[in-house]
Ligand binder design. Sequence first.
Ligand code: OFO
Length: 173
Amino acid sequence: MLSKKLEKALNNQIQIEAESSQVYLSMASWAEVQGLEGIATFMYDQSDEERMHMLKLIKFVNERGGHAKVSTLNAPKFDFGTFQKMFQELLEHEIFVSNSINELVHITLQEKDYATHNFLQWYVAEQIEEEALARTILDKINLIGNDKGGLYLFDRDVQQITANSAAAPPSGA
Ligand code: OFO
């Protein structure tokens, strides 16, 4: 059975995952309108992943005798300026999510809830992967600078990342 404190913290994380999904959905829409097909595909995929993170939490909370809450969400930005800035925001957002997961893990230890502690390790690992991916993408962006041909290749490359992750077996979903 979840403690009230942990239930509240997990419900907060449910909202964060849902908002992450909305942020990436808005990024996907922005990229699509700019004609950046590969980037848009990548962001749609990220958005779906965040929804999956949210659902996994909802099911866990309910399974452990809590009641998962579906909350009103803050609207994401509509305009992201440049794709470089957008990917920088993606990294910053993932760092924010990692901090929030760390805080949750900390609470499980305070509450001596080792089942939830164990469950959250999947998120800890997922955050390491997502931050690393965002950093790899930013390195590529820095390499191409303002080169138009480079941007074309980058857009194709990013789409490839999505195709590869879709082909990979689900990571414990
Ligand atoms: Fe990458 O945010 Fe979910 O966990």
